[in-house]
Design a binder for this molecule. Structure first.
Ligand code: G4P
Length: 528
């Protein structure tokens, strides 16, 4: 087997989807711990704090209890290479999350055992289901009193429409938590707070009749477990690889992330069964990860990751071939050649220069405003990956400067922050206004905060009479010039230099569309 094929097959690229507070950060930390990517528990939180120290903008994140920035974490485990793509949890940043989900091969859903299926989880699962993303489930916080496990599985099945195949089963809950039973391995793992970090450090009984088990967990727990298992094994399907890969069945694990209990059982199962990189659709054909030539797409852009460097990084998911430092790639949208010598990889918290990357990996490309979300890179073939959603803004505000001399810095900041995709920036043809469009209202606060923090610009956002925006195109140049002249009042240039119709009302837009049938009004900027 070629190195490329071997490396591709051992990649596991996934994201965690959950409602805020279910335990995503805690679980991430434990997973990294097993991968040896971090040395001790608490580092992810520590990492948060360290970033907070270097960039005050994180203070906003902390204040609001949300995680705005995503990152990519790679770690080796049991001969596999795991790529965990972090997703921001807050609803206003959902476009970012959706795009991250286009770059993974599977997902892990975390549910709080007391709260069950919550609203954000439902939304995120909808996105996963659109692409039939295989999903594993971790029911967390077993050390607290929660709902009955059978009830929880019923809820997942009825609310999310996916069959549950329990792989582990809890023995008690809250104060009565004794352990979990692994249905596939036929093992009981005893819950002992402070222990359980690895198999070696755990008390494991092979089979329900193993000597000593009854004494360890007691009569009552044993009876309860046998009753529940009888019920579950009769009613729930057992794990079926094909059903899982088709996104119709989710293997379910129970545990407590903060106690690191049940986490290794999940990770072991995950690296064994989660899919390696899967084929990806383009406008013209499906790209197989086994193909030798490099291809990939940009699913995320982040400005000023490191305020000391003022950089912007485009995150590219490798879909086929091998990336090697210094190789030439073509940006298919523009046809331009670029040579990439200094792509980044993200090993836990530190950025390092990456020498090679394989399908499933994510590399960070330094970006000076020429790369946009959805861009495809190849070694020459003119293809475009599809399915990277681009959301039309629904809210518009005018930027208002406290110090008029800062106009240039404001423009630059708005343009650069808009490249990240969460906001869009418009300059009307007939005025000096700077208008920002966003999908969620929190984004205006974030942009105002970051303008101050990263660009030293004091700006606020005020209402403006724009209801919706449409990117306008016309094949007939003369008609376009006429349209432009007649509608200059309602036209603007976006951050990428494209012409946009900014409609004061929906009726106005409709009239314009009727009057100018030759002009196409697109509700997203077209990815060429
Ligand atoms: P999130 O990223 O999904 O938002 O959740 P996060 O991991 O931050 O966890 C949310 C809260 O739930 C945290 O408490 C965390 O310690 C707690 N938690 C996570 N896993 C478990 C678990 O297995 N059992 C119990 N009992 N709690 C768990 P916090 O009070 O918000 O933060 P902290 O002060 O404890 O760090």
């Amino acid at each position: 087997m070629s190195i490329h094929l071997q490396e591709t097959r051992r990649r596991r690229t996934f994201a965690i989807v959950s409602h805020p507070d279910a335990g995503k950060t805690t679980l991430t930390e434990k997973l990294l711990l097993f991968g040896g990517a971090i040395q001790m528990a608490g580092s992810v939180k520590g990492r948060k704090a360290a970033r907070h120290a270097t960039s005050d903008w994180m203070a906003l994140e902390k204040e609001r209890g949300i995680s705005v920035t995503s990152s990519v974490m790679q770690f080796p485990y049991e001969g596999k290479i795991v790529n965990l793509l972090d997703t921001p949890g807050h609803a206003d940043f959902s476009e970012d999350t959706y795009r991250v989900l286009t770059a993974v091969d599977s997902a892990l859903m975390v549910i709080d055992c007391a709260k069950g299926v919550e609203e954000r989880t439902i939304k995120l699962m909808e996105v996963c289901r659109l692409r039939d993303t295989p999903i594993m489930t971790f029911v967390n916080k077993l050390d607290r009193e929660g709902r009955s496990p059978i009830e929880l599985l019923d809820e997942v099945e009825s609310v999310l429409g996916i069959a549950c195949a329990p792989v582990t089963w809890p023995i008690g809950m809250g104060k009565r938590l004794k352990g979990v039973y692994h249905l596939v391995l036929d093992e009981v793992h005893v819950f002992e707070p402070g222990k359980n970090f690895t198999r070696q450090d755990s008390t494991i009984f092979k089979g329900l009749d193993a000597p000593g088990l009854l004494e360890k967990i007691g009569d009552e727990a044993m009876r309860e477990l046998r009753d529940e298992l009888e019920l579950v094994q009769g009613a729930a399907p057992s794990f079926d690889m094909d059903e899982y890969l088709a996104g119709r069945q989710t293997p379910v694990f129970f545990g407590s992330a903060v106690n690191n209990f049940g986490v290794q059982l999940l990770l072991d199962f995950f690296v064994e069964h989660a899919p390696s990189p899967r084929p990806r659709g383009t406008l013209s054909r499906e790209v197989q990860p086994e193909e030798e030539k490099l291809s990939g797409f940009v699913f995320k852009i982040q400005a000023n990751m490191d305020p000391a460097h003022r950089d912007r990084v485009a995150f590219m998911r490798v879909c086929s071939g091998t990336y090697t430092a210094g190789m030439k790639m073509i940006q298919t949208r523009t046809g331009k050649d670029i040579r990439i010598a200094n792509a980044l990889t993200f090993m836990a918290s530190d950025r390092e220069i990456v020498e090679t990357a394989y399908p499933g990996d994510v590399i960070g490309l330094h970006n000076h405003g020429t790369i946009t979300i959805g861009d495809t890179f190849t070694e020459g073939e003119s293809i475009n990956f599809t399915g990277i959603p681009n959301f039309a803004p629904e809210l518009f505000r005018r930027a208002r400067l406290r110090d008029p001399l800062k106009m240039k810095a404001l423009q630059k900041g708005l343009a650069q922050l808009s490249e990240e995709g969460a906001t869009q920036f418009f300059r009307p043809l007939m005025s000096n206004d700077l208008i920002l469009g966003a999908v969620g209202v929190l984004q205006f606060d974030v942009v105002a905060y970051r303008l101050k923090d990263e660009y030293n610009v004091d700006a606020s956002f005020e209402p403006v009479t724009v209801t919706t925006a449409r990117w306008v195109h016309c094949d007939d140049e003369k008609k376009m010039a006429e349209f432009r002249e007649k509608n200059a009042m309602n036209l603007a240039i976006d951050g990428a230099g494209e012409l946009v119709y900014i409609a004061p009302t929906r009726v106005n837009l409709q009239l314009a569309q009727e009057r100018w049938p030759q002009v196409r009004f697109a509700n997203t900027r077209e990815h060429a």
